[in-house]
Design a protein around this ligand. Structure first.
Ligand code: MTE
Length: 400
């Protein structure tokens, strides 16, 4: 018996924890084969507790507030938010900070469960730009942070976190409150009826089932802001972290912008490659993403353990959405003209000679972003196993 009986779910999703709470990723090849936009069925889910049940007829009256250090506190229903504010639609990739944690757990057990490389998904989100709400609420001069709180009641209170107010005000960071995903009402697992979408940052900042925005002069004091989504120094062991709260209190270790990352979808792990009589080239392909709105500028593949690297081709599907005129399909305006940033994953591919694959033991991939953040060779292990991004490796299994 689970508390989420009202939530429909796709059997293809792989459960990463027990029955409850629900934490899943799609098989990486299925996710990749869907292409740039992920269907709600295969979108990864990270829930800390039970999904709040909101009936369709209750959606228009869903209330949320903007309060704290503001001149003009707001209490709005979702219906008002939609009718009184300009709606915008934008493709955004969400990534769990735990994406690829499995590799950390193999090296040394972390306190988190084992995500493969499919803790990442992309959708067109429709909603209100958070900056527009702030302009209405008028933050006071000493305001610095926007705290967000969800409706899911957890063992340590409601789920909540914060971001900086000046990020919220920056149009190039694209932070929004969304009620639709790919043109449909949000599904229960993804925050129905309202969620924050914080592009370019770890998924943990995109609060689902959103009830309150609280403007403050300090970062959130919510339990989940402090004890989750942090990369503590690698020397801090699980025991030390458990017994010394001061490690957690240090806001320097909180993580926001995603780290540059990439993964190989083809060949898949355990895939048997038939290299006898095969075409002369094999297409290696996968995804890559940058953090903080920075674009991935190159993706490189090595078949000799990183001695030499080949440059792959990159498809930035995101750019096509700038011109696509999808307003009619998805509602609102597809307003990306005011954004200089890159908020989505890209797909890379490279044709490698089968003769070389035959001799290689593995394939490695690494990406670099526009600020030259290059994926490292070595892992940075930490107690929560977050932001794992060393070169991604696939062992080559040859069919006899
Ligand atoms: N918001 C609430 N209210 N409760 C949660 O458990 N999980 C966070 C974030 N927002 C969470 C939440 C985490 S850790 C991630 S990675 C994303 O939601 C996942 O969003 P998704 O399940 O829609 O993919």
């Amino acid at each position: 018996k689970t508390p989420d009986r009202h939530v429909p779910r796709d059997p293809r999703l792989i459960r990463l924890t027990g029955v409850h709470p629900f934490n899943v990723e799609a098989p990486l090849t299925d996710l990749f084969n869907e292409g740039f936009l992920t269907s709600p069925e295969l979108f990864y889910v990270r829930n800390h507790g039970a999904v709040p049940e909101v009936k369709d007829e209750e959606i228009p009256d869903w209330e949320f507030t903007v309060e704290g250090l503001v001149e003009n506190p707001l209490k709005l229903t979702l219906k008002e938010l939609i009718s009184d504010y300009e709606q915008t639609t934008c493709p955004i990739t969400l990534v769990c900070a735990g994406n690829r944690r499995k590799e950390q757990n193999v090296v040394r057990k972390t306190k988190g469960f084992s995500w493969g490389a499919a803790g990442v998904s992309t959708a067109l989100f429709t909603g209100v730009v958070m900056a527009d709400l702030m302009k209405k609420a008028k933050p006071l001069r000493r305001a610095r942070y926007v705290c967000m709180e969800g409706a899911d009641k957890l063992p340590n209170g409601y789920y909540g976190t914060s971001v900086k107010l000046n990020w919220v005000m920056d149009p190039n960071r694209g932070m929004m409150l969304a009620h639709k995903m790919n043109g449909e009402m949000l599904r229960p697992d993804h925050g129905k009826p309202l969620r924050a979408v914080i592009p370019g940052q770890i998924g943990g900042r995109s609060v689902k089932w959103l009830k309150r925005l609280i403007i403050t002069d300090k970062p959130s004091d919510n339990w989940y802001h402090i004890y989750d989504n942090r990369v503590l120094p690698t020397s801090v062991s699980p025991d030390e972290a458990a017994n010394n709260p001061e490690w957690w209190m240090d806001e320097r270790y909180a993580i926001y912008d995603l780290s540059t990352n990439s993964a190989i979808a083809y060949p898949a792990h355990e895939e048997q490659l038939c290299l006898v009589g095969a075409p002369a080239k094999y297409r290696v392909k996968g995804y890559a993403y940058g953090g903080g709105g920075r674009r991935v500028t190159r993706v490189e593949v090595s078949m000799d353990k990183g001695k030499t690297w080949r440059l792959s081709k990159i498809d930035y599907a995101e750019d096509r959405y700038r011109e696509a005129g999808l307003q009619e399909l998805f509602g609102g305006t597809l307003d990306m003209t005011w954004r200089e940033s890159s908020f989505c994953w890209c797909f890379w591919s490279i044709d490698v000679p089968v003769s070389e694959l035959k001799d290689a033991k593995d394939i490695l991939v690494r990406a670099m972003d526009e600020s030259m953040n290059l994926q490292p060779r070595d892992m940075y292990w930490s107690v929560l196993g977050m932001m794992n991004n060393p070169w991604y490796r696939i062992a080559i299994n040859k069919e006899n």
